[in-house]
Design a protein around this ligand. Structure first.
Ligand SMILES: [Fe+2]
Ligand SMILES: [Fe+2]
Length: 336
């Protein structure tokens, strides 16, 4: 994987001046931080149990190249957590509650990386074992070769490349206000949770499905915590809303700035988790509903119709935008 160029043009907030670090504060939330930890203790899953799953439990016959590509891509993005956390801790250093939350959040994100890495390592062991029993069916060989390529990429140089990319660019610019930061992380965690949950439903490989369902539950708790932070910021300062809208208009998933071949990965991952048009529409309706709960209908409409959601926040030369009528049709059909 070649080295990624940092994305540093923020179409909608580029001219926004950076705040002093002393203003990087959300609304105090010590009780909610403790609540998050209590839930963490109650529902947390045991990484040891995942690590102890024998590699023979992974059903390679049911694993598709797309599944391996998903595991590889997700692992790479999750591998970026130390840099992401370091940047957030630095950004929120004046906000004790935000930092306290991040300590717990960080350990959960690390588990995601490690569970996926362990899974990919076990695929590699399984592939090696299969080589002993030579299967001459050409379609079988092709499928395994694709899986092997994913495994190789994931376990060799790619993690180092992602860490290098995230050193220069962690996706949330320093000029964002606290409300913009937590709105961005809410959206990112929501999309991640929805992705894992849906891919878990579609993959036929049971161990991957199990891991992804565990990850999805964590991501859901993350997005709920961030959602509350965003709502509290907006309630405390309704004038923060226009800037939050501008930031969300340029929202992109972390993969977009961490992985230089994300333009290939995004459609492949979408296809794997949301294979039909109906799946894709339903995912959009869920995302819209989530944002509507935080921002209201009109602001959410602006995010999707004026922003660069379809191109992960990047300026789209074709200026392709979602049309309001299309969105209205999607969300009302769902409600009907
Ligand atoms: Fe994660
Ligand atoms: Fe998360």
């Amino acid at each position: 994987m070649s080295k990624l160029k940092a994305i540093d043009n923020y179409t909608f907030t580029g001219n926004q001046p950076a705040l002093p670090a002393s203003m990087h504060k959300t609304i105090p939330s010590p009780e909610q931080v403790v609540e998050f930890f209590k839930t963490h203790e109650r529902v947390t899953w045991n990484l040891t149990e995942i690590l102890e799953i024998p590699w023979t439990d992974i059903n390679l016959d049911l694993l598709t190249p797309a599944d391996a590509y998903v595991a590889e891509s997700a692992m790479l993005v999750e591998s970026n957590s130390p840099d992401y956390v370091a940047n957030l801790l630095e950004y929120f250093k004046e906000d004790q509650d935000a930092c306290d939350f991040m300590m717990m959040w960080a350990i959960e994100e690390w588990k995601h990386y490690y569970a996926l890495r362990d899974y990919i390592t076990k695929i590699r062991i399984g592939l090696e074992a299969q080589k002993q029993n030579v299967d001459t069916r050409p379609e079988h060989a092709e499928r395994l070769a694709k899986i092997e390529a994913s495994v190789k990429r994931a376990l060799t140089e790619e993690v180092a490349d992602v860490r290098e990319s995230s050193e220069q660019n962690w996706g949330i610019p320093a000029h964002y206000t606290p409300a913009q930061v937590v709105a961005n992380t809410t959206l990112q965690e929501f999309v991640t949770a929805d992705f894992y949950r849906n891919h878990a439903r579609h993959t036929k490989e049971p161990v991957l499905a199990k891991i992804e369902m565990l990850l999805a539950k964590d991501e859901t708790r993350h997005e709920m915590f961030y959602e509350q932070r965003t709502k509290d910021c907006l309630k405390h300062d309704p004038e923060a809303m226009p800037m939050v809208i501008e930031a969300l208009k340029e929202f992109g998933m972390p993969g977009a700035y961490l992985l230089d071949d994300y333009d290939d990965r995004r459609p492949a991952m979408e296809q794997a988790a949301f294979p039909t048009l109906a799946d894709k529409k339903a995912a959009f309706v869920r995302l819209f509903a989530k944002m509507e709960r935080i921002l209201g209908r009109a602001a959410t409409m602006r995010v999707f119709t004026e922003g660069n959601y379809l191109t992960d926040g990047r300026e789209d030369p074709s200026k392709k935008k979602m049309r309001p009528e299309m969105i209205t049709r999607l969300i009302t059909r769902k409600l009907a």
